[in-house]
Design a protein around this ligand. Structure first.
Ligand code: HEM
Ligand SMILES: *[C@@H]1O[C@H](CO)[C@@H](O)[C@H](O)[C@H]1NC(C)=O
Ligand SMILES: *[C@@H]1O[C@H](CO)[C@@H](O)[C@H](O)[C@H]1NC(C)=O
Length: 315
């Protein structure tokens, strides 16, 4: 039973989230430390969770492509590969190092902090911190561009359908019950964004700002909105949803304003296709105008195996 229990990819959107990207130092003892830490992750989580069960503490860990084989010694999820650098005419989605991603969520910032402290204590010199971003909920789930973010996310039974690998998407038993994760840390130029009219901003996003109403798609060949470029259909017209748990982050004192994009999916190609359409454009050259105000500083792909797979990593 517990062998197919997923990590909490379906966790509710919380007030706080920490996104922690690490590399694993390449030595046998480091790999062993990471294996034993990941196989104890449910105990580490419980240790924090019981301090305040109402604060919805969860942690999901994703494993990167390069470290998958030596770390897990399990068959690879069939689509797992490094984040592909995507070059549009004007903007580039860069690919940056990362072996492990921890997506740490709670209603309480102190629980996220304490978990991360205990986790890094335990991992010690086996890992190097590449990026640590602390996100927060901004009003009614708005991003720092001022738009409500996450509306098109699936809900209820559509969530596992969108994010969890099943035997119909994958023959590989180590992948079943897990999820692909893609992250990008974006910095916004709010000075430039705020110089646009609200109507112009709405055309870029594809929704109205105040009441979050979806706008019609532009006609074929014309400049598409972010919403349209990020909508993926196959030849039969079937739409492939992903789950996004984006969080704003930043520091007005240092002029930093960002969105941490995190997408979960059962089909990695769906998110890669979204990125292709955003950066290259559809048609080519008509890139997503959100990118004229948002620059990705990181890019990484991970696979979050089911918790039963994590538990057995140390065997
Ligand atoms: C600068 C970073 C980004 C910001 C601020 C942002 C913001 C938004 C907003 C405001 C919406 C409309 C409301 C909603 O449906 O949630 C949206 C929709 C969406 N975004 Fe993004 N987004 C960003 C990056 C990305 C990236 C990198 C991807 C995928 C690779 C993505 C995928 C989607 C999808 C799938 C939708 C829903 C489209 C639909 O209506 O079906 N977003 N985003
Ligand atoms: C925790 O999550 C549940 C289920 O989504 C939600 O109903 C509840 O309000 C959350 N708790 C807090 C303190 O926000
Ligand atoms: C942000 O945009 C403004 C106005 O378009 C421009 O002058 C400025 O150089 C940009 N800032 C950065 C950091 O790119």
């Amino acid at each position: 039973m517990s062998s197919i229990r997923p990590q909490r990819v379906d966790a509710p959107l919380t007030q706080f989230a920490t996104f922690l990207v690490l590399t694993v130092n390449p030595s046998a003892p480091s790999l062993q430390t990471v294996r034993s830490t990941l196989s104890d992750l449910s105990d580490l989580t419980k240790n924090i969770l019981i301090r305040d069960p109402s604060a919805n503490f969860t942690c999901t860990v994703g494993i990167g492509s390069t470290i998958w084989d030596p770390l897990t010694r399990l068959p690879r999820p069939s689509e797992l590969r490094p984040f592909p650098e995507i070059h549009g005419d004007k903007h580039t989605a860069i690919s940056t190092p990362g072996d492990l991603l921890f997506h740490i969520r709670s209603e309480r910032r102190d629980l996220c902090f304490e978990f991360e402290r205990q986790l890094l204590d335990r991992l010690g010199p086996a890992v190097t911190v590449i990026d640590e971003t602390v996100g927060f909920r901004y009003f009614d789930m708005r991003d720092l561009l001022g738009f409500v973010d996450g509306t098109a996310n699936p809900i209820g039974p559509a969530v596992p359908e969108a994010v969890l690998v099943t035997t119909s998407t994958e023959a590989n038993s180590a992948a079943v019950g897990g999820s692909y994760i893609v992250v990008q840390k974006y910095l916004h130029n709010l000075t430039a964004w705020k110089s646009l009219s609200t109507e112009h901003q709405e055309r870029i996003i594809g929704r109205t700002k105040l009441d979050n109403i979806e706008l019609e798609d532009a006609e074929a060949g014309a400049q598409q909105s972010h919403k349209s470029l990020a909508t993926i259909e196959d030849d039969t017209g079937e739409e492939y949803a992903i789950v996004r748990d984006n969080m704003p982050f930043g520091s007005p004192g240092s002029g930093e304003f960002g969105t941490y994009f995190i997408g979960y999916t059962a089909r990695l190609w769906v998110i890669e296709k979204m990125l292709e359409r955003m950066f290259v454009g559809e048609p080519r050259g008509k890139h997503d105008r959100i990118l004229d105000f948002s620059t990705p500083k990181t890019g990484g792909t991970f696979f979050a195996p089911a918790s039963g797979v994590l538990d057995s990593l140390d065997n």
